[in-house]
Design a protein around this ligand. Structure first.
Ligand SMILES: [Zn+2]
Length: 184
């Protein structure tokens, strides 16, 4: 099932600051600060329809998904009832971090964010075999959106060695981008 957010907008009810949605260099559209956001402030709440495991699995198979994993059982689908936070792109060097507070997912600023800066969060996907390639452009980019684990590190090293051996290339790892979701 394809569940693109049709008319993405920031819902001011859930946003602590002025933000806009514009085209992003990272991926399709992104969310941008329209005013200065100090460090350690509530930037926006991630909202969406609450899904159980079975429904999450079904919806997670779309080309574009906007799922936020709350815990082992529950996921928020920002494609339905999303505040606009579901448009926030992943970066390996993010400027916001997600915190769960009393069942609400809050994106908090990690540092001062200047007007015009894109808001980014580390999706921290759980590595279960699939990898989502990252093109965040950060100097510390780990090339995938999954949280680094010893197994992921080994698998990436293997891919890199195989790619370098094949054509004497620079060993760039190609992985398929699949979903857009965040995981704490
Ligand atoms: Zn990255």
């Amino acid at each position: 099932m394809d569940t693109p957010v049709r008319r993405p907008r920031i819902d001011p009810k859930f946003a602590g600051f002025k933000m806009s949605i514009r085209k992003s260099k990272i991926h399709r559209y992104g969310v941008y600060a329209e005013e200065r956001i100090p460090a350690n402030r509530k930037v926006i709440e991630y909202t969406g329809e609450r899904l159980n495991r079975r429904e999450t699995k079904r919806r997670g198979e779309g080309e574009y998904t906007y799922l936020f994993t709350l815990d082992k059982y529950w996921t928020l689908d920002g494609a339905f009832g999303g505040s606009g936070a579901e448009i926030i792109n992943h970066s390996c060097e993010p400027n916001v971090v997600s915190r769960i507070m009393k069942g609400h997912v809050i994106y908090m600023s990690l540092r001062t964010i200047e007007p015009g800066e894109e808001i980014t969060v580390d999706y921290n996907f759980e590595y279960v075999g699939d990898r989502n390639s990252c093109s965040c452009g950060a100097s510390t980019c780990r090339s995938v959106m999954e949280r680094m684990t010893p197994k992921l590190e080994r698998d990436l090293a293997k891919l890199k060695a195989a790619a370098a051996g094949r054509a004497g290339t620079d060993g760039k790892v190609e992985v398929k981008a699949k979903s857009k979701a965040a995981y704490i």
